[in-house]
Design a protein around this ligand. Structure first.
Ligand code: FM0
Length: 329
C-alpha cells in the first residue's frame, strides 16, 4: 500500500483568479497554464494499520500543525472515496524554489493526489485525478498534465465538470520560461486570501470577469496556431489585469515591488529592441519572462544584468504526473 508519484509545477498564462465555491475549489473563470520541466515535487504515500494520525515529512523533516491538517483534510476526501479509514505517512521532496515565487502547492497536491489514490487502491483516470487534485489547491488540477493545459471552470455546483484538459503536448511547441528571482524579502498576501478579498471587495473584479473569457479563447487560438506574438501579448495583458484587480480591493494590496517593475520595464525595452519577450506574475513579486528559444540567451543575459535580479532559472514545457517505483522515496 505504498505509491510514489512525481508532479511538475505550472505557470498560468491566463490566471485562475477567484473562486465561486471555496470548499470545492471551483474557479470563477476558465484558465490556462504551461507545466514546467525544472520544478517538481516527488511524494510517497503509505497507509498503515498502526498509525493514529497522518504523518507528513517534507524534505526530510516532520511537519505538524496547519500544513499537516491540510494534508489530512485532503486525504480524508480520498479515504471517503475509497471507503477506507487508514492513516498515512506522506513523504515529500520539493524541487521547487519557493524563492522563485512558485507555489509548491500545485505540484505538491498533484503528486499527493496521484500517490494517495494509487496507494489506497483507487483506480482513477486523469480527469478524476485532476478533480481530486483541484480540491487540494486549484492550480494543482493543471499539473496532472504536461505541456499546455486548460482548466475548464465548469457550470455544475458539485464540481463534476471542473477539471483540467491537455491542449498541446510539451514536445509540440517549445517556448522558454525564465523564472526571475528577485532580491526581496517582503511577506506576501497569500493567493488564496488575495483572490477571496478581491472577489468580495474589488470593483475591478467585474472587469476581470467581463474580459477573461476572451483572453482565454484568444490564448487557445494563439497556441493552436503557434502564434508566439499573439500569445505573448495576451498573457502579459492578462497578468496585468489580474494584478489591477488587487488595487481596488478593500483593503487594497499589491504583489509588486520596485524590483518587479524594473523587470517589467526591461521586458518592454527588449520588445522595443525587437526581441519578443513577455512577462507574467503570480501572487508574489517575482516575474516569469516568456520568450522563444532563439531569444532565450539574449533575454537571460539582459535579465542577469539587473542588480535587483538574484538568479534566473530557465524552464521549458514539462511532463505531467508519473509514478515511480515504491523504493524511490
Ligand atoms: O496559477 O486557493 O492554486 O492560475 O497563481 O490553493 O486554489 O494557489 F497568480 C495567482 C493560484 C493563483 C494564478 O492559486 O489557490 C494561477 C495564481 P488555491 P492557488
Amino acid at each position: 500500500m505504498k505509491a510514489v508519484a512525481k508532479a511538475h509545477t505550472n505557470i498560468a498564462l491566463i490566471k485562475y483568479w477567484g473562486k465561486r465555491d471555496e470548499q470545492l475549489f471551483l474557479p470563477m473563470n476558465n484558465n490556462l497554464s504551461i507545466t514546467l520541466d525544472k520544478f517538481y515535487t516527488t511524494t510517497a504515500v503509505q497507509f498503515h494499520e498502526h498509525l493514529q494520525e497522518d504523518h507528513f515529512i517534507l524534505n526530510g523533516e516532520y511537519v505538524d500543525g496547519d500544513e499537516t491538517a491540510k494534508i489530512t483534510r485532503f486525504l480524508d476526501k480520498i479515504r471517503s472515496r475509497a471507503g477506507k479509514s487508514l492513516f498515512a505517512e506522506v513523504k515529500s521532496e520539493n524541487q521547487v524554489p519557493t524563492a522563485a515565487g512558485f507555489a509548491s502547492s500545485a505540484s505538491g497536491f498533484a503528486a499527493l493526489a496521484a500517490a494517495a489514490t494509487k496507494a489506497i487502491g483507487l483506480d482513477v483516470d486523469d480527469r478524476t485525478l485532476s478533480q481530486i487534485a483541484r480540491q487540494g489547491s486549484g492550480s494543482a488540477c493543471r499539473s496532472i498534465y504536461g505541456g499546455y493545459v486548460e482548466w475548464q471552470k465548469g457550470e455544475q455546483s458539485d464540481g463534476s465538470d471542473s477539471y483540467a484538459k491537455p491542449i498541446l503536448g510539451e514536445k509540440d511547441w517549445d517556448v522558454s520560461i525564465l523564472s526571475v528571482m528577485l532580491v526581496s524579502k517582503k511577506k506576501k498576501v497569500l493567493s488564496r486570501e488575495g483572490m477571496k478579498r478581491t472577489v468580495e471587495t474589488s470593483p475591478f473584479y467585474s472587469g476581470w470577469l467581463e474580459t477573461v473569457e476572451t483572453d482565454f479563447l484568444d490564448a487557445k487560438e494563439a497556441i493552436s496556431k503557434r502564434d508566439f506574438e499573439a500569445l505573448g501579448s495576451i498573457l502579459e495583458a492578462n497578468a496585468l489585469k489580474m494584478h489591477a484587480t488587487t488595487l481596488g480591493a478593500n483593503p487594497p494590496f499589491m504583489y509588486w515591488q520596485s524590483a518587479t517593475i524594473e523587470v517589467m520595464e526591461l521586458v518592454q525595452e527588449l520588445r522595443l529592441a525587437g526581441i519578443q519577450a513577455y512577462f507574467t506574475i503570480d501572487a508574489g513579486p517575482n516575474v516569469k519572462v516568456v520568450c522563444q528559444p532563439k531569444d532565450e540567451q539574449a533575454v537571460y543575459e539582459a535579465l542577469k544584468e539587473l542588480s535587483v535580479v538574484q538568479d534566473v532559472l530557465v524552464c521549458h514545457p514539462g511532463p505531467g504526473i508519473s509514478y515511480l517505483p515504491s523504493t524511490a522515496l
